[in-house]
Design a protein around this ligand. Structure first.
Ligand code: ZN
Length: 208
Protein backbone atom coordinates (compact mmCIF):
# COMPACT_ATOMS: atom_id res chain seq x y z
CA UNK A 1 0.00 0.00 0.00
CA UNK A 2 1.54 3.30 -1.04
CA UNK A 3 1.47 6.13 1.47
CA UNK A 4 -0.60 9.24 0.98
CA UNK A 5 -0.08 12.99 1.10
CA UNK A 6 -2.50 15.80 1.76
CA UNK A 7 -4.08 17.07 -1.48
CA UNK A 8 -2.55 20.47 -0.67
CA UNK A 9 0.87 19.10 -1.72
CA UNK A 10 0.07 18.20 -5.37
CA UNK A 11 -2.23 21.23 -5.49
CA UNK A 12 0.59 23.59 -4.51
CA UNK A 13 2.92 22.00 -7.08
CA UNK A 14 0.42 22.39 -9.92
CA UNK A 15 -0.46 25.92 -8.88
CA UNK A 16 3.24 26.77 -9.03
CA UNK A 17 3.46 25.34 -12.55
CA UNK A 18 0.39 27.27 -13.54
CA UNK A 19 1.60 30.55 -12.10
CA UNK A 20 5.02 30.22 -13.75
CA UNK A 21 3.47 29.29 -17.11
CA UNK A 22 0.94 32.10 -17.06
CA UNK A 23 2.14 35.09 -19.07
CA UNK A 24 2.07 38.51 -17.42
CA UNK A 25 -0.86 40.73 -18.34
CA UNK A 26 -3.99 39.73 -20.22
CA UNK A 27 -2.53 38.73 -23.56
CA UNK A 28 -5.31 36.35 -24.62
CA UNK A 29 -3.78 35.60 -27.99
CA UNK A 30 -0.53 34.69 -26.36
CA UNK A 31 -2.31 32.34 -23.94
CA UNK A 32 -4.15 30.62 -26.78
CA UNK A 33 -0.96 30.23 -28.74
CA UNK A 34 0.96 28.73 -25.83
CA UNK A 35 -1.81 26.66 -24.32
CA UNK A 36 -0.59 23.50 -25.96
CA UNK A 37 3.05 24.14 -25.27
CA UNK A 38 2.74 25.18 -21.65
CA UNK A 39 1.70 22.51 -19.20
CA UNK A 40 0.44 25.01 -16.65
CA UNK A 41 -2.08 26.43 -19.11
CA UNK A 42 -3.45 23.08 -20.23
CA UNK A 43 -7.01 22.00 -19.50
CA UNK A 44 -5.65 18.89 -17.78
CA UNK A 45 -3.79 20.95 -15.20
CA UNK A 46 -6.82 23.19 -14.62
CA UNK A 47 -9.01 20.10 -14.11
CA UNK A 48 -6.47 18.54 -11.73
CA UNK A 49 -6.24 21.74 -9.68
CA UNK A 50 -10.03 21.64 -9.30
CA UNK A 51 -9.90 17.98 -8.32
CA UNK A 52 -7.29 18.58 -5.61
CA UNK A 53 -9.26 21.52 -4.22
CA UNK A 54 -12.30 19.24 -3.92
CA UNK A 55 -10.18 16.52 -2.34
CA UNK A 56 -8.94 19.03 0.24
CA UNK A 57 -12.51 20.02 1.11
CA UNK A 58 -13.44 16.39 1.57
CA UNK A 59 -10.26 15.63 3.51
CA UNK A 60 -9.35 13.03 0.89
CA UNK A 61 -5.65 12.15 0.70
CA UNK A 62 -3.72 11.56 -2.52
CA UNK A 63 -1.42 8.56 -3.02
CA UNK A 64 2.27 9.47 -3.01
CA UNK A 65 3.00 8.04 -6.52
CA UNK A 66 0.46 10.46 -8.00
CA UNK A 67 2.08 13.47 -6.33
CA UNK A 68 5.50 12.10 -7.33
CA UNK A 69 4.34 11.96 -10.96
CA UNK A 70 3.73 15.72 -10.86
CA UNK A 71 7.13 16.32 -9.27
CA UNK A 72 8.79 14.26 -11.98
CA UNK A 73 7.09 16.30 -14.71
CA UNK A 74 8.42 19.42 -13.01
CA UNK A 75 11.85 17.84 -12.53
CA UNK A 76 12.30 17.45 -16.28
CA UNK A 77 11.95 21.15 -16.91
CA UNK A 78 14.77 23.68 -17.10
CA UNK A 79 12.91 25.92 -14.68
CA UNK A 80 12.28 23.10 -12.14
CA UNK A 81 14.17 24.95 -9.40
CA UNK A 82 11.90 28.00 -9.61
CA UNK A 83 8.76 25.85 -9.68
CA UNK A 84 9.75 23.86 -6.58
CA UNK A 85 10.60 27.09 -4.75
CA UNK A 86 7.28 28.64 -5.79
CA UNK A 87 5.42 25.46 -4.78
CA UNK A 88 7.06 25.44 -1.34
CA UNK A 89 6.37 29.12 -0.75
CA UNK A 90 2.77 28.59 -1.88
CA UNK A 91 2.13 25.59 0.33
CA UNK A 92 3.52 27.51 3.31
CA UNK A 93 1.25 30.49 2.61
CA UNK A 94 -1.74 28.11 2.50
CA UNK A 95 -0.67 26.31 5.67
CA UNK A 96 -0.27 29.65 7.44
CA UNK A 97 -3.79 30.67 6.38
CA UNK A 98 -5.09 27.36 7.76
CA UNK A 99 -3.80 28.20 11.26
CA UNK A 100 -6.72 29.64 13.25
CA UNK A 101 -6.73 33.42 12.98
CA UNK A 102 -6.82 33.86 16.77
CA UNK A 103 -3.63 31.80 17.08
CA UNK A 104 -1.82 33.75 14.38
CA UNK A 105 -2.82 36.99 16.05
CA UNK A 106 -1.56 35.82 19.45
CA UNK A 107 1.75 34.62 17.99
CA UNK A 108 2.42 38.11 16.63
CA UNK A 109 1.08 40.03 19.62
CA UNK A 110 2.76 38.14 22.43
CA UNK A 111 6.40 38.72 23.35
CA UNK A 112 8.78 36.10 21.98
CA UNK A 113 9.06 33.95 25.12
CA UNK A 114 5.30 33.35 25.00
CA UNK A 115 4.69 33.65 21.26
CA UNK A 116 7.47 31.34 20.13
CA UNK A 117 6.14 28.18 21.84
CA UNK A 118 2.74 28.89 20.28
CA UNK A 119 4.36 29.36 16.88
CA UNK A 120 6.27 26.12 17.33
CA UNK A 121 3.12 24.17 18.22
CA UNK A 122 1.22 25.54 15.24
CA UNK A 123 4.16 24.91 12.90
CA UNK A 124 4.40 21.33 14.16
CA UNK A 125 0.65 20.76 13.74
CA UNK A 126 0.27 22.10 10.19
CA UNK A 127 3.50 20.45 9.05
CA UNK A 128 2.24 17.08 10.26
CA UNK A 129 -1.21 17.56 8.82
CA UNK A 130 -0.35 18.99 5.41
CA UNK A 131 3.24 17.97 4.67
CA UNK A 132 3.27 14.71 6.63
CA UNK A 133 6.50 15.89 8.27
CA UNK A 134 7.60 16.13 11.87
CA UNK A 135 9.12 19.22 13.43
CA UNK A 136 11.35 18.92 16.48
CA UNK A 137 13.79 21.12 18.34
CA UNK A 138 17.46 20.25 18.69
CA UNK A 139 19.35 22.82 20.73
CA UNK A 140 18.99 26.16 19.00
CA UNK A 141 17.89 24.45 15.78
CA UNK A 142 14.58 23.36 14.44
CA UNK A 143 14.49 20.10 12.48
CA UNK A 144 11.96 19.15 9.82
CA UNK A 145 11.90 15.44 8.94
CA UNK A 146 10.03 13.94 6.00
CA UNK A 147 10.05 10.22 5.27
CA UNK A 148 7.19 10.14 2.75
CA UNK A 149 8.43 12.78 0.30
CA UNK A 150 6.30 13.84 -2.67
CA UNK A 151 9.37 15.10 -4.52
CA UNK A 152 11.86 12.30 -3.81
CA UNK A 153 14.03 11.43 -6.81
CA UNK A 154 12.06 13.78 -9.04
CA UNK A 155 15.04 15.77 -10.29
CA UNK A 156 18.83 15.56 -10.30
CA UNK A 157 20.88 16.83 -7.35
CA UNK A 158 17.99 16.55 -4.86
CA UNK A 159 16.37 19.53 -6.54
CA UNK A 160 12.89 18.32 -5.56
CA UNK A 161 13.83 18.79 -1.90
CA UNK A 162 13.82 22.54 -2.57
CA UNK A 163 10.04 22.29 -2.25
CA UNK A 164 10.16 21.35 1.45
CA UNK A 165 13.06 23.67 2.17
CA UNK A 166 11.17 26.63 0.71
CA UNK A 167 8.06 25.67 2.64
CA UNK A 168 10.01 25.65 5.91
CA UNK A 169 11.73 28.95 5.08
CA UNK A 170 8.43 30.66 4.28
CA UNK A 171 6.66 29.25 7.36
CA UNK A 172 9.45 30.57 9.62
CA UNK A 173 9.25 33.93 7.89
CA UNK A 174 5.47 34.16 8.32
CA UNK A 175 5.35 32.87 11.89
CA UNK A 176 8.40 34.38 13.57
CA UNK A 177 10.00 36.61 10.91
CA UNK A 178 12.68 33.94 10.74
CA UNK A 179 15.48 34.02 8.21
CA UNK A 180 18.87 32.46 7.72
CA UNK A 181 20.45 29.33 6.38
CA UNK A 182 18.63 26.04 6.12
CA UNK A 183 20.81 22.93 5.91
CA UNK A 184 19.77 19.62 4.41
CA UNK A 185 22.07 17.17 6.22
CA UNK A 186 20.12 13.96 5.48
CA UNK A 187 18.35 13.16 2.22
CA UNK A 188 16.30 10.31 0.76
CA UNK A 189 17.92 11.05 -2.62
CA UNK A 190 21.33 10.39 -1.10
CA UNK A 191 20.22 7.09 0.40
CA UNK A 192 19.34 8.26 3.91
CA UNK A 193 16.08 6.98 5.33
CA UNK A 194 14.73 10.49 5.73
CA UNK A 195 14.95 13.99 4.34
CA UNK A 196 15.93 16.32 7.15
CA UNK A 197 16.28 20.10 7.19
CA UNK A 198 17.80 22.19 9.94
CA UNK A 199 16.94 25.82 10.49
CA UNK A 200 17.84 28.30 13.16
CA UNK A 201 15.35 28.58 15.99
CA UNK A 202 16.85 31.10 18.31
CA UNK A 203 15.22 31.84 21.62
CA UNK A 204 14.17 35.44 21.62
CA UNK A 205 16.55 37.95 23.08
CA UNK A 206 15.53 40.04 26.03
CA UNK A 207 14.96 43.57 24.83
CA UNK A 208 16.40 46.33 26.95
ZN1 ZN B 1 16.15 15.53 0.45
Amino acid sequence: MPGTVNALVPLSLLEAVRSIDTPEGDDVEYVQEHRNKRLGLSDTVIAQIRRYKDAMKRGQEIVVPEALGISKLIGRRDDADGIFVRGGTGVAASMYELIPFSQRKLIHLLPGFAGRPLAFNQLRAVTMRYLGGTVTKAGSSLVLSVTESATQGSAPRSLGCTYYESALREMLKLLVSGSGMIDHPRCLDRGDGVCEWRAEWRTSKVRS
